[in-house]
Design a protein around this ligand. Structure first.
Ligand SMILES: NC(=O)c1ccc[n+]([C@@H]2O[C@H](COP(=O)([O-])OP(=O)(O)OC[C@H]3O[C@@H](n4cnc5c(N)ncnc54)[C@H](O)[C@@H]3O)[C@@H](O)[C@H]2O)c1
Length: 357
């Protein structure tokens, strides 16, 4: 039996979801919707003329849907999730970041629990082949004591990118390079190094006319004493340069580079043969067509497996919340100039809050 999907939000990322659903044997795209009828109609036709709607209420009242994919602007994810779950009790796949405010993430988790539905947060980079290989090495304790993890996002997002939709580059609905672009990489850093205990950060807006930062750096201390560095910028010019993660430990070093954490560049372990090294460097490199990568199909296959076989999700609401807390702590530190200790409730972070002139 197929799992029946409905899409809310037919913007830039929707094609990835349509392609992924249509490539999965056990999945069916039932319908799409967007407030903008032109966008809804366009994606309906791309998806083989599935019915389209301009209201998710109309879609969910008319169609038989098991899972709703929420692909709306980030600051609206919680409102849409909570509304849909409380009225229609559907499983939810929500794009990253799941929410901007911690209390919104908490309310989403609570609402899904209370209504007996599953909440899946899209973190498709966890399914990149070299990232899965790195995670396997962490789980096998091949690094020994973990020392340092770094993520770098050096992408190019010119003013036209921010100008294409009013929500982009705002604190209320988007967040800056650290939230929109680097939330994947911050998630990967936490996945590899574990629980963060404190963070110090600086941010700035260099090349764009936006409320939010186009550049940010953070130093993180983890519970296992490892240190972490986050470097995120959309002010790389003239084009995307790098989306990478490196993990160093007492017995090994791994670097995954490429522009979308897609290419194993270093695989050095004290216990690694030359054969293993060259095989891993050769096998764990993939070249995706854009920075979104290949992971959406693998991610939605996992969602279906979790629903059909009642398995625990790799990135459920609680797991998705972790990077939201760390990102808020990074902003809190940038605003206060102080080291911020987790767990905490944001006071000065502007993420998710309407700005007043
Ligand atoms: N996983 C990834 O790599 C990845 C990549 C890009 C974007 N995203 C995330 O996906 C989300 C959407 O990004 P995008 O670039 O597609 O944005 P977008 O602006 O291109 O699309 C959002 C769409 O949602 C629609 N919308 C808003 N409110 C609605 C409502 N109530 N009902 C129906 N439709 C509604 C808008 O009309 C718009 O068409 C963001 O949260 C973003 O962070 C994730």
């Amino acid at each position: 039996m197929s799992i029946r999907f409905g899409i809310v939000g037919c913007g830039r990322i929707s094609k990835k979801h349509i392609d992924a659903i249509s490539s999965i044997k056990d999945a069916e795209l039932v319908s799409v919707c967007d407030l903008d009828s032109k966008k809804a109609e366009k994606q309906s036709s791309y998806a083989g003329n599935v019915p389209f709607y301009t209201s998710y209420d109309d879609m969910l009242k008319s169609e038989n849907i098991d899972v709703v994919n929420i692909l709306t602007p980030s600051g609206l994810h919680s409102k849409h999730t909570i509304d849909i779950v409380s009225k229609y009790k559907k499983h939810i796949v929500v794009e990253k970041p799941m929410a901007l405010l911690l209390n919104e993430a908490d309310e989403m988790i609570k609402c899904c629990d209370e209504n007996g539905v599953r909440l899946f947060v899209v973190k498709q980079n966890r399914y990149n082949l070299p990232v899965m290989k790195l995670r396997e090495a962490v789980e096998q304790n091949r690094f020994g004591k973990l020392v340092l993890g770094s993520v770098r996002v050096r992408w190019c997002r010119p003013q036209e990118y921010y100008d294409q939709d009013p929500w982009r580059g705002t604190w209320e609905l988007d967040g800056g390079a650290l939230t929109n672009q680097a939330s994947h990489h911050i998630d990967l850093l936490e996945w590899m190094l574990g629980e963060p205990v404190s963070v110090m950060a600086k941010t700035n807006t260099f090349l764009t006319d936006t409320e939010v930062e186009d550049t940010g750096v953070a130093i993180i201390k983890f519970k296992n004493e490892a240190l972490g560095i986050v470097e995120a910028t959309t002010a790389t010019r003239p084009k995307d340069l790098e989306g990478s993660i490196s993990v160093l430990g007492e017995k090994g070093s791994v670097v995954i580079g490429g522009f979308a954490v897609n290419k194993m560049e270093t695989w050095n372990f004290a216990d690694c043969s030359d054969e293993e090294n060259s095989e891993v460097l050769k096998e764990y490199a993939e070249m995706p067509p854009n920075v979104y990568g290949f992971g959406h199909q693998r991610y939605l296959e996992h969602v279906i497996d979790c629903i059909e076989n009642n398995k625990k999700a790799l990135v459920d609401g609680l797991e998705g919340r972790k990077s939201i807390e760390l990102i808020n702590a990074i902003y809190e530190s940038a605003e206060t100039g102080k080291e911020v200790f987790l767990h905490f409730q944001p006071r000065r972070s502007r993420l998710g809050r309407k700005q007043h002139d």
